[in-house]
Design a binder for this molecule. Structure first.
Ligand code: SF4
Length: 54
């Protein structure tokens, strides 16, 4: 379990292996955010592309 929370990257996706187990932060130094839409118009259109399943 990795607990090196990066306080600059808040995240609540607990099923990601990069999620800090006890707080809502990512443990990576940086992430890549992208989109699955050709013309994103709201937050739901964006994705963390650094996600990796636990
Ligand atoms: S890689 Fe993305 S989805 Fe995974 S914990 Fe970090 S910010 Fe969240």
């Amino acid at each position: 379990m990795n607990n090196k929370a990066n306080m600059s990257i808040g995240c609540c996706v607990e099923s990601c292996k990069h999620h800090c187990s006890d707080r809502d932060y990512c443990t990576l130094d940086s992430i890549m955010v992208g989109t699955h839409e050709c013309s994103p118009s709201k937050s739901e259109c964006t994705d963390c592309q650094s996600f990796a399943r636990k």
